[in-house]
Design a binder for this molecule. Structure first.
Ligand SMILES: C[S@@+](CC[C@H](N)C(=O)[O-])C[C@H]1O[C@@H](n2cnc3c(N)ncnc32)[C@H](O)[C@@H]1O
Length: 396
């Protein structure tokens, strides 16, 4: 059994610590009900989405300075402004289109996009739809949008499920990385599934023979690589990602989806020297690798195997519009236009804008690790953000 490591992280305040105790009790009950162990994916699901308790289901701050991590839209409105212009390129090729954002977080990206669309007279006929799994975040998105763009609130609609026959643009920023992952170990005699058990007051990891769906997922990776993973190799696989992608494809009658996340090609994801996987935990702006602590009050997230997402899109009849780094997307999408008046800005505004652009585009910040996969259906002109630096061939 692998025990939780001791880490130097900030202390959780009393309210958060008490909340985490409730999440721990909930997970202990689930482990007991399951006969002593649950898969890592189920554990991650409870940590993030247990009703009223999980990290995304309950009321903690999460995003921005007071939370645990920042995302691109939280970093700068430039991200939404550039993405809005890419949306317009797609929307104007379609009849009666709309925008659908999946997993809208605080609502910041929606507000930034709506502002630009309204200013340029390009609000789509079918409005801006949001599909959000967390009831708490839906409420927060509504009050954020009411405060930021009250005059546009009637263009926004919250959905309970993916729409049928949708024409338009789908946006998902850092949603794929929030889907629970299975952890596995390649053993000589087969694939082992990593499971979570109780261990005193806390939790530990054990492994057991993997179920068929996990064996098939790992065998698919090995077939792609053309050889078995090394004995003892440990990593994770998001078995939910292909189905999530298929659902997005199923909804899109015509149009495009922009899927942003940190991730890489399958070849790099499962490189021989990358045993240990890509799971990360975020607590009050500290990134670490111990998922067995701070249940329900820290984010658990894993890099995305973009080959798996692209394969699922193609299997469901979509085309790959492009695969670029976030920096390339923003530069190709017209970042320079926002710098035309740079010299006329105040010194403070210049410093602020420079800092935001650095965070969004530098390779050591979000520029290189974050990617955008564009997928499309219909006879569409590809958005200009994919014109340069396309890495689609790296996915094969
Ligand atoms: C890491 S946050 C990103 C939030 C926001 N997109 C941003 O960039 O700031 C992940 C978001 O996806 C939502 N989410 C996770 N799984 C989802 C699903 N299957 N359907 C819809 N929303 C989901 C979470 O509740 C949360 O709002």
């Amino acid at each position: 059994m692998q025990h939780a490591q001791t880490l130097s992280l900030p202390e959780a305040d009393t309210e958060r610590a008490l909340h985490s105790e409730r999440v721990v009790d909930f997970i202990r009950d689930r482990i007991h009900d399951a006969g002593g162990q649950i898969s890592f994916a189920e554990y991650m699901h409870h940590c993030l989405y247990a009703p009223g308790l999980g990290y995304y289901s309950a009321g903690s701050a999460k995003f921005g300075g007071a939370g645990d991590f920042v995302t691109a839209p939280e970093t700068s409105s430039l991200f939404g402004a550039i993405l809005a212009r890419q949306c317009v390129e797609v929307l104007k090729q379609l009849e009666s289109p709309g925008i659908l954002e999946v997993g809208a977080g605080s609502g910041k990206l929606a507000a930034d996009i709506l502002k630009v669309l309204a200013e340029s007279g390009a609000l789509p006929e079918r409005g801006y739809k949001i599909l959000e799994v967390s009831a708490d975040l839906c409420e927060r998105q509504e009050s954020f949008l009411r405060r930021e763009v009250p005059e546009l609130l009637n263009s926004v609609e919250w959905l309970d499920a993916l729409p049928m026959d949708f024409s338009g643009v789908v946006i998902a920023n850092e949603v794929l990385d929030a889907l629970p992952v299975e952890r596995f170990i390649r053993r000589e005699q087969g694939i082992a599934q990593v499971c979570v058990v109780t261990d005193g007051d806390g939790f530990g990891l054990v492994d057991r023979e993997a179920p068929t769906m996990l064996i098939e997922a790992v065998e698919k990776i090995e077939a792609f690589l053309g050889q078995p993973l090394p004995n003892g190799y440990a990593s994770e696989v998001c078995v939910a990602a292909p189905q999530w992608t298929a659902d997005i494809c199923g909804t899109l009658r015509d149009g495009a989806a922009f899927l942003f996340d940190y991730g890489t090609s399958r070849r790099e994801y499962y490189a021989a020297d990358r045993s240990g996987g890509w799971l990360r935990c975020h607590f009050r702006h500290h990134a670490h690798d111990n998922p067995l602590i701070l249940q329900g009050i820290q984010d658990l997230t894993s890099w995305v195997d973009f080959t798996a997402v692209a394969e699922a899109a193609v299997d469901n009849g979509l085309d790959i519009a492009g695969f670029v780094t976030q920096a390339q997307f923003l530069i190709g999408g017209g970042l320079d236009k926002y710098l035309v008046d740079f010299a006329e800005l105040s010194t403070d505004a210049q410093l602020k804008l420079s800092a935001e652009i650095k965070l969004l585009t530098l390779p050591a910040e979000m520029g290189e690790n974050f990617k955008c996969l564009g997928i499309s259906r219909g006879n569409l002109q590809p958005p200009t953000a994919f014109e340069f630096g396309d890495r689609t061939t790296s996915l094969g």
